[in-house]
Design a protein around this ligand. Sequence first.
Ligand code: UTP
Length: 290
Amino acid sequence: MKIRKAVFPVAGLGTRFIPATKAMAKEMLPVVDKPLIQYAVEEAFAAGIEQIIFVTGRGKKALEDHFDRSYEIEHVLENKGKTDLLKQIRELVPKTGTIIYTRQHEPLGLGHAIWCARDIIGDEPFAVLLADDLIQTDKPVLSEMVKKFDRLRASIAAVMEVEKDQTDKYGILDAQAVEKNIVKINNMVEKPNPDEAPSNLAIIGRYILTPKIFEYLGKKEKGAGGEIQLTDAMKALLKEQPIYGYKFCGQRFDCGDKAGFQMANLAFALERPDMRDKLIKFIKKIQKDF
Ligand code: UTP
């Protein structure tokens, strides 16, 4: 079965980014000139996704408006003859009916946010993208994962090696390599202390999941941090179905973290010909003070 639907959980509180996230979802923070959520939505459409499901919380209005038409701005751009910008803002509005919004009434955890989309997903495999994990790559991660899914016909999570002392920030795997860039997962632990972590292989915010996951998410068992964790449901699913990890190529930025977010801005801005030279000049200048 084709992966047609993608869930975007955007209901987290984003406490690490307060006050910026007081009235606005973290996923609306811009990297260069695009909100994080737009990078993720573009990645999903490029992977053949036909329907996107936003699980929102507070601060949903800006996000809804971002993917809707803005007749006022279009009118102004049209009158000023700014055709490139006009094209850009028109293109970012998905076809009518391709976006569905549902609400997570309380931020009970990532697993709970995904469970909120259960009836919209129904009985088919689906993708999950966490927009705060931004990946700079020539091979968009979800497209690669969809290809792997077509062959493996099982749940897949994007994975990468992290520093040993950082395991308490991730879902960490006990896994073995089965082919190039693919590991088969034996077990997983959410945010283990470095001395208890089974490895330094961490799950990153891209998943393809079979609908069976909803059975386990529906148990609403609380895990690390008192939250309903996706990792715990995946761990339970492992007893019934295989789950693979895909070691993606590219640089991942944790944009939920302030330093990670600044690094993403710098890395993405350096890719823009209109900014690159200015930035390099500035970096060289301030480097002398380090
Ligand atoms: P995080 O673990 O980064 O949590 O969520 P957070 O609340 O957004 O941020 P901090 O830690 O307080 O700064 C990972 C992803 O899961 C979503 C978030 O929006 C983010 O995309 N999420 C998390 C939900 O949708 N609902 C939740 O209850 C928790």
